[in-house]
Design a protein around this ligand. Structure first.
Ligand code: SIN
Length: 318
């Protein structure tokens, strides 16, 4: 699904660590929150214009405070600014920069009082803007990807590549960058390389196109699909042996983001050339391969190796 285009995105700034500064780049705790203005926050994200793909940005400094000092009057003013902008037809959504300490409260308040289906995305930072490696610019960049996504609606929070619902988000760590959790509900989604991946994409067909074949074909005639893993010093002879024995498909659980030892990659590429269907996934228990990183085709939908084996077997029944 492609991002909406030629709309207005409004950035409302409220302060927080994302706008904080310290005397030293290595100081992550002894800083002063709410020092930089909204334009300075946006200027720190050089890739922003490309990512906006023609969308216009409007920004407003609603307030400049450390969110420990958030109060009802500020909430009301912020909600009124949100309501004002959301009522404009050309506005696609709002990004709010906010301190992490009370972000979850503001998110829920806004969710409760705003009447809109447009997205309102709160984002933040755990390190001040002056840190050696500040997290604010990336979080702001990610929030832009979420606010522009056609499936985004309601009040969301984006931090450290995770998307949270206003209902579930909670700050759970006082220091680490990935400071928020949605508890049992889990993240609504993730932002990877500027792309949004929803936990529930909503549009996958549940039944495989070749399902009927699996119900009717004798199991002895089901395609043979094997699972292999990449690891230190893998032996490519296992691929050759499988091909010689007549394997029709191989799912490889690669290391990390789907990396494959060069000897195994050569053997799998050769197997592909010989007509074996090869799919790549990751042996990591969480996440999925991001980007097109290999000559080998990636298993669909971020399936793990064992589920990718089933899908490939069904594919090959067609
Ligand atoms: C704040 O909540 O404004 C300061 C702390 C933070 O943003 O991490």
């Amino acid at each position: 699904m492609h991002a909406k285009k030629n709309q207005k995105i409004v950035v409302l700034a409220t302060g927080g660590t994302i706008a904080g500064t310290a005397a030293s780049a290595t100081d992550h705790t002894g800083y002063t929150a709410a020092q930089l203005g909204v334009q300075q926050l946006l200027d720190a994200v050089p890739a922003l214009n490309d990512a906006l793909q023609g969308d216009a940005l409007v920004c407003e400094q609603v307030v400049q405070l450390d969110s420990k000092d958030m109060d009802h009057a500020t909430w009301q003013a912020l909600a009124q600014r949100c309501a004002h902008w959301l009522a404009q037809p050309e506005v696609g959504g709002i990004v709010i920069t906010h301190g992490t300490d009370t972000l979850e409260e503001t998110a829920w308040f806004l969710q409760q009082v705003l009447e809109t289906t447009k997205p309102v995305v709160l984002t933040c930072a755990m390190r001040p803007a002056t840190a050696l490696a500040p997290d604010g610019p990336q979080n702001l960049f990610d929030a832009m990807a979420v606010v522009r996504h056609p499936m985004a609606h309601g009040v969301l929070a984006v931090c450290a590549g995770r998307i949270h619902n206003a209902r579930d988000v909670q700050k759970v760590h006082p220091y680490r960058l990935d400071a928020f959790s949605s508890g049992d509900a889990g993240s609504r989604g993730w932002v990877e390389q500027g792309n949004v991946r929803w936990a529930d994409p909503g549009s996958w067909p549940l039944r495989h196109a070749n399902a009927q074949q699996a119900l009717e074909r004798p199991v002895a005639q089901w395609p043979w699909v094997a699972v292999l893993h990449n690891h230190t010093n893998p032996d490519a002879r296992q691929v050759h042996a499988l091909v010689a024995a007549g394997v029709q498909g191989i799912v490889l659980a690669g290391t990390g983001n789907g990396t494959v030892h060069h000897s195994l990659l050569a053997a799998l590429t050769q197997a592909q050339d010989q007509g074996v269907a090869v799919r790549l996934t990751t042996r990591c228990a969480e996440g999925q391969i991001v980007g097109a990183i290999s000559a080998l085709p990636t298993a669909p939908r971020g399936l793990n190796a064992f589920k990718a084996r089933i899908s490939l077997m069904l594919d090959l029944m067609g």
